[in-house]
Write a protein that binds this ligand. Sequence first.
Ligand SMILES: Nc1nc(=O)c2c([nH]1)NC[C@@H]1CN(c3ccc(C(=O)N[C@@H](CCC(=O)O)C(=O)O)cc3)CN21
Ligand SMILES: CC(C)C(=O)C(=O)O
Ligand SMILES: [Mg+2]
Length: 267
Amino acid sequence: MRSVPELVAMKARGEKIAMLTAYDAPSARIAQAAGVDLLLVGDSLGMVVLGYPTTLSVTLEEMLHHTRAVRRGAPDVFTVMDLPFGWAHRPWSEVLAASVRAIQEGGAHAVKLEGGEEIAETVARLTAAGIPVMGHLGLRPQQVYRLGGYRMQGREEREAEELLRAARALEDAGAFALVLELVPEALARRISQALRIPTIGIGAGRAVDGQVLVWHDLLGIGERRPRFARAYLDLEREIRAAVAAYVADVRSGAFPDREHVPLPEDG
Ligand SMILES: Nc1nc(=O)c2c([nH]1)NC[C@@H]1CN(c3ccc(C(=O)N[C@@H](CCC(=O)O)C(=O)O)cc3)CN21
Ligand SMILES: CC(C)C(=O)C(=O)O
Ligand SMILES: [Mg+2]
């Protein structure tokens, strides 16, 4: 299992970090077998698994429930749990209590919070308590109502400087890594070069220290996926064909065949 110091050392050595989201035990088991460095139980759960239009509906209880499943499937992978909408901006003692639940009840090793300088004090308090914190800057999907959509952030120089300042504040507060979502590659490079802690990009180009991708986007499951995501399979199509074949076989009587009829003497 990767450790926090090891992840920081990977950046120093120029070794890329491969992070993937997971929401249940079987996918986490497969991700572990495939050798991912980090798992993220993302609040994208709400959109890709629970069928909501945004991440805002996801509750702490739901995050804990799915984090437990992921940990059962991938006992040997360092796992980060997203704190859901609203939590990062509560008084730090409440954020600490939620993060303790992530670790004690969810089995997570770290938490991720969307936010900049306004949550730096909270990040410092969690870090002091021994909880590794991953930051998340750029497109913050929990801000979608304010932003009006899932759009690129940090295109204006003034905005870019604000993001660089926020990244430094999170590192100074003790964050061990930082997700950069949907920002220009040049800005992601600037931030990555300014920090000692690794940056994990999603739609942030190549000049970052690692990548994170949503499980369903990687596999090609879902009606829409962000342009920045690469589908390594067209699994939705394959699954649909398999299910259609099953339905046809039940209707025709081709399933079950002799091979799939249990014999009484087998118990
Ligand atoms: N399937 C999925 N993948 C994700 O990466 C993801 C989620 N869901 N849900 C939670 C957040 C929301 N994210 C999103 C969602 C949509 C876009 C998107 O459609 N972006 C447009 C570009 C919009 C623009 O720049 O104007 C795209 O086509 O990529 C991006 C990130 C990233 N996260
Ligand atoms: C896309 C990643 C970074 C995330 O926050 C999530 O999956 O919720
Ligand atoms: Mg998230």
